[in-house]
Every structure is written in structure tokens, then in C-alpha cells.
Write a protein that binds this ligand. Structure first.
Ligand code: ADP
Ligand code: MG
Length: 260
């Protein structure tokens, strides 16, 4: 029933320029993993490849028996259009509808579940509010309510707490930890290293290539963090195509045994 999500030599490119390069390893079922790395390290690209929104240029993502509906995905805030004349209730129910593939109207049970989900994120009574009228923190709570409603086995969060107030961060982090307690697989791109060390047992540290992947205390050491920074500083944005026959820059530097 539960199998790992395996990345095998995964390379994802934009116009043949690699954003994720030769990444291998596995997310175990029920694991709680932080994805860390410098800006432009390929973290968002990696999430999009895991859910199948981007196709590998090389290598593969093996999702076992999982289908698109098993994945709940929270995009990075910058990728979400909020100037849309839509209510809070519709935002979360349309998300659930899209995922379930159900057609048309919402049942009374759907509306009830939506209300419960909003209450669970501290937004009871916000159903009819226009999403454009919400603060960043409130909007992020709405998106978490949508994830609650989706009830997915695998949950991917792209910088869920960036530009979010502390109180909201605490509340939403609690939900993340509850998902983990339920046995769901949770993968979150995070910038706050204290948060990663405090709450995330596994970390995948990436700078286009893998720097480390395994137990957080093993991966988030000063050497690896310096290495990730150094790799980012040496990126050549005009570097050539991803040519499989050529040994990529930093390959030896980056080589690490992925967690099993
Ligand atoms: P991160 O999330 O770690 O900041 P991204 O995955 O967003 O990194 O981006 C990795 C690299 O790919 C960056 O150099 C970025 O500029 C580039 N990139 C991301 N999205 C696109 C795109 N749609 N088209 C071209 N290049 C992109
Ligand atoms: Mg990103």
C-alpha cells in the first residue's frame, strides 16, 4: 500500500539548462522532510517534478501506485494569483473539487467539510469573504484549509511560512505536524533552519545538485551549508546544456548517499 517516492538520477531543465541535476534518493511513506537550499537551488522545480507538473529531462520520479489525486500541493505564494473575484468557500471547495474530479455542484456535506476545515485553520465564519480582502497570513490559512479538505496522502508545501506572521506560522506548523502524526508524507521547502532542525526529522539540501539527504542533524551541518552556498555562488547562468556524457560541475563535490 505504502511505497516510497523514488527519485532516480532526476534532472529537470528549463530550455535545457538544468535546475535540478542528477538527484537520487527516496521519500519514505510517512516521512516529514524539509527541502532547504539557496535561492534558485531548484527547490520549487523539484516539487513540481515530484507532482508531475514538470517532466524530467533525464532520470525519473517513481511514484509507485500514487496518482495525481494523492498529492496535495501548496505552490509558492508568488505563483498564486489572488486578484480573483472568488470567495473563501469557493477557493477551498474548488481546490477539493479539482482534486476529486467530482462534477459541478457542491453537496451539503462538502459545504460542511469546508466549514470544518476553515474552523480548523482559525477562520470560522470567513466563508463569504473575498480572498482579495485577506491578509497574507489569512490567505495562507485558507490554502491550508483547502489542503485539509483534499485529505491527500502526500503533501508538498513550497515555502508555506514565508512572509507569514508568527502566530499563523505556529498554527500552520501544528497542522503540518498533525499531518505527519496521521502518517502522511509531508515535504516542505523551508528557509528557517531553526524550524527545520526543531521539527523536521529529514532534510534534503539542494543546490541544483544534491548536497545531502537524510536525517536533519546529519545533513544540516556547517560543512554542507557552506558547500551549498559555495555551489550557488559558482553558478554560471550561461552554463551549457545538460549533456549526460559530460561530468557536471560540482558532481564530485555534491555526491552523497541519499537516505533510504
Ligand atoms: P528555488 O525554488 O530553489 O528558488 P527554482 O526551482 O524556482 O529555485 O528555480 C531554479 C532555477 O530555475 C533558477 O535559476 C530559476 O531562475 C530557473 N527557473 C525557474 N523557473 C523557470 C522557468 N519557468 N523558466 C526558466 N527558468 C526557470
Ligand atoms: Mg522556490
Amino acid at each position: 500500500m505504502s511505497v516510497p517516492i523514488r527519485l532516480d538520477n532526476l534532472t529537470v531543465t528549463y530550455e535545457r539548462h538544468p535546475a535540478v541535476h542528477h538527484v537520487s534518493g527516496a521519500f519514505q511513506p510517512g516521512s516529514l522532510t524539509a527541502i532547504a537550499g539557496p535561492n534558485g537551488a531548484g527547490k520549487s522545480t523539484l516539487l513540481k517534478a515530484i507532482i508531475g507538473e514538470l517532466r524530467p529531462a533525464e532520470g525519473s520520479v517513481d511514484r509507485g501506485e500514487l496518482t495525481r489525486n494523492d498529492f496535495g500541493y501548496l505552490p509558492q505564494a508568488a505563483d498564486i494569483v489572488r486578484h480573483f473575484p472568488i470567495s473563501v468557500a469557493d477557493t477551498i471547495m474548488l481546490g477539493a473539487w479539482k482534486n476529486s474530479g467530482a462534477f459541478g455542484r457542491f453537496s451539503r456535506a462538502d459545504a460542511e467539510r469546508a466549514r470544518d476545515a476553515l474552523a480548523a485553520v482559525g477562520l470560522a465564519g470567513f466563508e463569504r469573504r473575498h480572498i482579495g480582502s485577506l491578509s497574507a497570513g489569512q490567505f495562507q490559512r485558507v490554502l491550508f484549509a483547502r489542503l485539509l479538505l483534499q485529505d491527500a496522502r502526500i503533501i508538498l508545501l513550497d515555502e508555506p511560512f514565508t512572509a507569514i506572521d508568527q502566530r499563523t506560522t505556529r498554527d500552520l506548523l501544528d497542522i503540518v505536524l498533525r499531518w505527519h502524526g496521521d502518517g502522511r508524507t509531508v515535504i516542505a521547502v523551508l528557509h528557517d533552519f531553526d524550524q527545520v532542525r526543531g521539527h523536521f526529522p529529514e532534510t534534503l539540501l539542494i543546490a541544483r545538485e544534491l548536497v545531502g539527504w537524510g536525517r536533519t542533524e546529519d545533513v544540516m551541518n556547517p560543512d554542507n551549508l557552506i558547500k551549498a552556498r559555495a555551489m550557488a555562488e559558482h553558478w554560471d547562468e550561461d552554463a551549457g546544456d545538460c549533456a549526460p556524457e559530460r561530468e557536471p560541475a560540482h558532481r564530485k563535490l555534491a555526491k552523497r548517499e541519499p537516505a533510504e
